[in-house]
Design a protein around this ligand. Structure first.
Ligand SMILES: Cc1cc2nc3c(=O)[nH]c(=O)nc-3n(C[C@H](O)[C@H](O)[C@H](O)COP(=O)(O)O)c2cc1C
Length: 204
């Protein structure tokens, strides 16, 4: 079996669900993600570590059939280039974090970090189930907040498209069609892992 061009070419052995994860823009518009499968993805997020175990993450799930009005408003909050492809994803999720710590009322400086970990776990779970995810920072936070009625004490972080990878040729943008087929590029480990001290000391 030939390797999918988007799969990682790791220099060291990694879990299949990490190497096979990639972020499509082309989603199959005819294939919904079942509620049971979505619940499994959020379950994976649920067991992520977080600072003080505050679990600051929140997710608002929208779909064109299950919650058409919030879904349409959330889609409209995306910047144009994201809207163009995300309109075909069967599920859009708005993520938001608690701005303050429940334990003290102080600002939670690690809330976004915790959200990233929760989403990372969710995506590894999704990959193992053949489900694809693409995250987006390109959206209007105020519009998205209004779309899903996020309380003022929470901050929108990213919008996540979830579905099954579709046909790259169905993408409207030529640039997106080309990117959908390009191999994924990564820095070498020696560029970002250091041994003891930083400069000139890659960890090998
Ligand atoms: C925080 C975050 C924000 C992102 N925002 C966007 C976005 O607005 N639009 C988009 O098309 N992709 C977005 N992406 C997807 C990245 O471009 C993608 O993950 C990256 O190019 C690496 O590709 P891969 O996920 O296939 O390995 C975002 C990813 C992350 C983690």
């Amino acid at each position: 079996m030939s390797r999918h061009p988007k799969h990682a070419t790791p220099d060291h052995e990694i879990l299949p669900a990490i190497g096979e994860r990639w972020s499509p823009r082309a989603f199959d518009p005819g294939r919904d993600v079942s509620r049971a499968d979505l619940l499994r993805l959020f379950e994976a997020a649920r067991w992520a570590p977080s600072s003080f175990n505050e679990q600051p993450w929140r997710f608002v799930v929208t779909g064109p059939r299950t919650s058409p009005e919030p879904h349409a408003r959330l889609l409209a909050s995306l910047m144009g280039s994201n809207q163009a492809w995300a309109t075909h994803a069967p599920v859009l999720v708005l993520t938001a974090v608690a701005a303050t710590l429940a334990r003290s009322g102080e600002q939670n400086e690690h809330a976004w970090y915790d959200m990233g970990q929760a989403v990372a776990q969710m995506i590894v779970q999704a990959t193992s189930m053949g489900i694809s995810v693409r995250q987006m920072q390109g959206f209007d936070r105020d519009q998205a907040r209004a779309a899903c009625q996020v309380p003022a004490t929470f901050d929108p972080v990213v919008v996540i498209a979830i579905g099954y990878a579709g046909d790259p040729d169905a993408l409207a943008s030529e640039k997106h069609r080309a990117q959908e087929r390009q191999p994924r590029l990564r820095r070498a480990l020696t560029d970002f892992v250091f041994d003891g001290i930083w400069e000139g000391n890659p960890f090998r």
